[in-house]
Design a protein around this ligand. Structure first.
Ligand SMILES: [Zn+2]
Ligand SMILES: [Zn+2]
Length: 321
């Protein structure tokens, strides 16, 4: 499924097989998760995608050829971070997520909304055993970048999750496993979303028009809605942290300095490092994280994106070629 120009819809196209470069794997795509970032790309909210583009950066694939780390037949996961230069000041200081020359799967190189994909094997992960292809796909971005956001929240005990989609439904389980208390904030009136959050261990779930019943130590904002930022700052206590976990967000309304005062921290999380991936994929089966997915045929990618846009996906949407 190809994005020819942005903004735009995806169209089915017959493309030549990808030709893996040195150090790259040729993969048969088994499943590819749908991420909100894909929506930001097709809506032209992110600048300069490769065009035409095959989107998709939560690929579970089977190795067809190539590679020293992975044998043919091995199941690998391909995440958003598709490559770095290894030499810039960020790479050299353990912050490859901020690499100035990074390439991104399904954004600046072709991704997994396809039958075949190529990927640099140094950025691929072994898929944890015990996760079928569909259930593994959302671990690769929703899980992984959600986990990085959780780590940036420090040792917060009372954790707010704003927006209860693919990332929050995974991170809620991880946070409970770590002994944290979870407060979920959904769209006002989203009864199904509340019930879903409570079923995964949140002790309270309410709309963004309500304030959680206790002061929070940290809040993770997964919804791309800037108006949640002052609300989350108002909900965290002194020294609390608010992490914006998405790649794009609508403008943040102005707010009184008082909301930031007393050493509250407001920050974003960008991309992932390979270490984040290794840590999270090691942790997920031990929680154990169970992902809830809805499968769509690859040809229905536009419908899957539309369901995500309108908040109708429970858990994560995954495309199957
Ligand atoms: Zn993503
Ligand atoms: Zn770099």
């Amino acid at each position: 499924m190809v994005l020819a120009s942005a903004p735009g819809g995806l169209e089915p196209r017959e493309l030549p097989d990808p030709e893996p470069g040195p150090g790259e794997l040729l993969l048969e795509v088994l499943a590819c998760g749908v991420c909100r970032t894909d929506l930001h790309i097709v809506d032209a909210e992110l600048p300069d995608p490769k065009l035409p583009l095959v989107p998709g950066h939560q690929i579970v694939g089977r190795v067809v050829s190539g590679g020293e780390r992975f044998e043919p037949g091995a199941r690998v996961g391909v995440p958003w971070l598709g490559g770095v230069d290894g030499s810039c000041r960020f790479c050299r200081s353990g912050r490859e997520n901020l690499c100035e020359q990074a390439v991104f799967t399904g954004y600046t190189r072709d991704g997994g909304y396809a039958q075949l994909a190529a990927a640099d094997e140094r950025f691929c992960f072994p898929v944890p055993e015990g996760y079928p292809d569909l259930q593994a796909a959302p671990l690769l971005c929703a899980g992984l970048i959600g986990y990085r956001a959780l780590r940036l929240a420090g040792d917060a005990e009372r954790l707010g999750l704003y927006g209860f989609g693919a990332a929050a439904h995974i991170i809620c389980q991880v946070a409970r496993h770590q002994g944290r208390r979870v407060f979920a904030v959904t769209r006002p009136g989203d009864e199904e979303g509340r019930a879903f959050a409570l079923s995964l261990g949140a002790e309270w779930a309410g709309g963004s028009d309500e304030r959680p019943p206790e002061e929070l130590d940290a809040a993770l904002i997964f919804a791309p809605a800037g108006e949640l930022v002052p609300l989350a700052l108002a909900a965290v206590g002194r020294g609390g942290t608010v992490v914006c976990a998405g790649i794009h967000m609508s403008d943040i309304p102005s707010f009184p300095y008082e909301l930031l005062w007393e050493e509250r921290v407001l920050r974003s999380v960008a991309n992932l490092t390979r270490r984040d991936g290794e840590e999270f994929l090691d942790l997920a089966p031990r929680v154990p994280v169970r992902t809830e997915v809805e499968a769509h045929p690859l040809a229905d990618a536009n419908e899957a994106l539309e369901r995500l846009r309108t908040g109708r996906v429970r858990g994560a949407a995954v495309l199957v070629p």
